[in-house]
Design a protein around this ligand. Structure first.
Ligand code: ZN
Length: 289
């Protein structure tokens, strides 16, 4: 059964760099979730999709994220044709996948590839909440694992932009297995002594947070992102206690030592560039070059 999980087993498929510029159609205006401000979409896009009034960071699609982060024309996509096959025959799953494809212009909830950030070569991944809440099923797990395996082979750092509602319930236990599989891939990467930076964006929860998202050497987050395993309502109902204000925000988890730094979107690219530059110098020194 597991042999048939993927329709395609091709490795490291590449597509044209232009694919990151595919546009996702939407309306003319957006309303800020935090302050209620009505913002002209063009203006919002011009401000990296951050509310000019209150600084709220709107969600970015994986294609937008990669386009904003990497050096122009440097992105080469991996495994774009890897597709899920509804292994459990879950009713309505195919329709949900189809709708996710339409929304995100991707075949799955993560975009992976090779690129440069401020001149430094990296393997990059970006999850897309528009594809079934960026839930992790067999294909997301496989793409993350292959990205780390590629990075080990080429001795490249990995940058992962995470967002997820959790495991892909339509794939049941196969979905939960991806937590183990991706964690093992990160462990092998770690043994190779390479740099892994993850960026937690709103929201990063469930099985993704409990596996590769929080296993990085350096964990960054965007401001006010929801970061937690189970949602606050579930926890309140389980522990029968009122949760403290700001529970599960980036600011809260930073204060409790779970992440290393909060980085505003406008500073993300140069922060990643700085971290990559510092670590490239460290590895040059270590190798005596
Ligand atoms: Zn706002």
């Amino acid at each position: 059964m597991f042999k048939d999980l993927f329709r395609s087993k091709q490795k490291y498929v590449t597509v044209k760099p232009a694919s990151v510029r595919r546009e996702i159609p939407d309306g003319m205006w957006s309303k800020c979730t935090k302050c209620g401000q009505i913002i002209y979409n063009k203006e919002l896009a011009g401000n990296l999709k951050v509310c000019h009034k209150c600084g709220f960071h709107f969600k970015l699609s994986a294609l937008e994220r990669v386009a904003l982060t990497v050096d122009a024309d440097s992105f080469v996509e991996f495994d774009s044709d890897l597709l899920t096959v509804n292994p459990l025959g879950f009713p309505g799953y195919e329709e949900k996948v189809k709708s996710g494809k339409n929304t995100t212009k991707l075949n799955e909830a993560i975009l992976t590839g090779q690129a440069r950030i401020c001149g430094f070569p990296v393997v990059i991944g970006a999850m897309d909440f528009g594809f079934m809440g960026a839930s992790m099923g067999s294909v997301v797990g496989e793409k993350v694992t292959r990205a780390f395996e590629f990075a080990i082979k080429r001795k490249l750092p990995v940058v992962m932009f995470c967002t997820s509602g959790g495991a892909r319930m339509q794939e049941g236990i196969i979905s939960l297995m991806q937590m183990v599989k991706t964690s093992a891939a990160v462990a092998r990467f770690n043994e190779a002594g390479l740099l892994y930076i993850s960026v937690l964006t709103n929201p990063t929860t469930g099985g993704v947070l409990a596996s590769f998202a929080s296993l990085a050497d350096i964990v960054l987050a965007e401001p006010e992102a929801q970061i937690g395993f189970a949602g606050p309502r579930v926890i309140e109902e389980t522990v029968h206690q009122k949760l403290p204000p700001g529970f599960q925000t980036s600011e809260f988890v930073l204060a409790h030592g779970m992440i290393d730094k909060i980085v505003e979107r406008k500073n993300m690219r140069k922060t990643l560039g700085l971290l990559l530059s510092l670590h490239s110098k460290v590895s040059e020194v270590a190798l005596g070059e």
